[in-house]
Structure formats: structure tokens, C-alpha cells
Design a protein around this ligand. Sequence first.
Ligand code: NAP
Length: 302
Amino acid sequence: MTNDALTVAVLGPGGVGGLLAALLSRAGHRVVCIAGDETAGRLAADGIEVRSGHFGDFTARVEADTELREPVDVCVIAVKATALDAALERLPAKALGEEGLVVPFLNGVEHPALLRERYGSGQVAPAVIRVESTRIAPGVVEHGSPFAEVDLTAETAPRARVEAFAGALEWAGVRARVEEGESAALWAKMSFLAPFALLTTRYGVPVGDVRTLHREELAALVEETAAVGRACGAATDPATALARYDAFPAATKSSMQRDAEAGRPLELDAIGGALLRAAERTGVPVPVASELVGRLRAIAGA
Ligand SMILES: NC(=O)c1ccc[n+]([C@@H]2O[C@H](COP(=O)([O-])OP(=O)(O)OC[C@H]3O[C@@H](n4cnc5c(N)ncnc54)[C@H](OP(=O)(O)O)[C@@H]3O)[C@@H](O)[C@H]2O)c1
């Protein structure tokens, strides 16, 4: 593993993007955050402040702009799915150049196709991240989980470049590995996330109440999601997923639930909608998920 300095752009320097930007900058990489006017101004002036039991409290200097204007080694995409279309206007393919890797960290399974259309298959290397990190103000990130773990994939992008980025993340303190299958990696995350996000948001209760008060529905939803995941190439096991829910602190809320509480747009289509579309495509029956997503769409007015 080496730590050759990279130039990394981060589109969407919030909970996930801000944390990665600050850690990479602290590790000696050049980091350019791409954000709206106000956030870019704050970041350029004050850097990114991280509050973390795991990584320590620190402030990292970053560059910031409202648009990518030069080729970079890697462009991290860490906006919410609901903001992706608008945010990509700040990332012109021409500026990115022909070698820059595009590494999206969004939850969901459908965004890679959109990115490949725009930037070409050879540059897109989707990733998943397991972390709990919240942007509490522009340029201020609270990292709550005692870990940050990334699975990168290199199905259509040059593996050596993806491995170089994994090495940079590792040096920065983030556990990072390059997985073999993209669909398997994205669905492994979806299989856990979708039931958690949909049920906590539907009932407005944390995971502890979901697993006790709504256990039957949780178990059914986990079964359905795992079946779709398996049809899409992930080795998902419902019993393992259920055991993970049982191990979570009872008060844990999903970010979809926190978005609902704050009146922000929900990543409902990227998670619930994508689950239903994949179920239809693969012929897997998902009655519980259909009912739940329908109700959530009605609640969200989506
Ligand atoms: N947070 C987590 O712990 C976590 C864990 C795993 C996966 N994820 C996934 O990671 C993705 C990002 O989530 P997040 O929680 O990091 O979101 P977030 O904290 O809301 O951050 C999103 C960032 O995107 C920026 N943004 C929004 N619209 C933009 C635009 N048009 N142009 C440029 N920047 C724009 C926001 O800017 P402002 O700062 O100016 O508002 C914000 O900095 C989601 O798909 C989420 O599901 C999150």
C-alpha cells in the first residue's frame, strides 16, 4: 500500500463526503470540494470540522468550488439520490478528463447506470460505505459510528486505479477493500438498508421498536429483500440480516427517517422504488415491500 498524493474532488461534502474529504486531506491528498455557493465559500474559508470519537476532533483545509474545472484522479460523489441530477451539472465530463475515476457512495443500486451514461463505463467505480456521519452545518460533520468501512468495485474501471484509491482511504483511516462483484456489493448493502430505512420511516420509530413491535413485517421484508438481492447476484442471508438488526443499539434511527422528521426529500425512490423495480425485473414476489413503499409514497406525496 502506498500513499502517493492524489487529487480528489468531492461532489457533495456532507455527512459522507465531508468526512471522506477531511480524512483524505488530513492524510496529505489534495481535496477539492464541489458544492453550492454558500457551502463552497464556507469550506474554502474554514475547512471541514470533523467531530469524531473514532478519528478524533480536527479541522482539515480543503479547496472548494461550485464546479469541477480541472481533471482529477478521483471524483467522489456523495450527494443524496434526490439531488444527484442537479449536482451532476457541477461535474462536466469534459472537465473530469478521460482518466478520472467517478466513485459514487450513494445508497441504492440504480445510480451507476446513470453515471456510466454520462461519464463512460471505464471511469465509474461504484462504492458502498458503512458509517454513521451527519452534516450538522455546512463544513461541520459529526461522525458517530466507531468505524467507517468502504467496499469499492472495479467491474468496469481499471482495477489498479481503484486499488490506489482504496490505499489512499486506508492510509486515511477508512477500512477499504476492492470487492469482486458490483451488484453483489450494492445489494449486500441494500438488503440490510432497505428494510431498516423503510420500516423506521413508515412507523416513525427507531430500530429497537421495529424489531419488537413490527417483527413479523421486518422478517418478511428482510426475506423479500434478500430474495431480490440473491436474484441480483448478492449472497444475502435473511437470518444474518435479522441478527444484525438485533445487534443494533435500540435507539438507532435510519437516515431516511431523520430526513422524514426534518421534512427533507426522501431517498424513497432510490431505495424502495429500486427494490420494487428489481423485483419486477427478476420475477421475485415482494408483497410486503410493495404495500410499504406504496404507503410511504402516499405519505411523502411522491
Ligand atoms: N450519512 C451517512 O451516515 C450515510 C451512510 C451510508 C450511506 N449514506 C448515503 O450517502 C449519500 C449521501 O448522504 P449524506 O448523509 O452524506 O448526505 P448529506 O449529509 O445530506 O450531504 C449531501 C451533500 O450534498 C450537497 N448537495 C446537495 N445538493 C447539491 C448540489 N446540487 N450540488 C452540490 N452539492 C449538493 C449538500 O450540500 P450542503 O452542505 O450545501 O447542503 C451536502 O453537503 C446518500 O445516498 C446516503 O444514503 C449516508
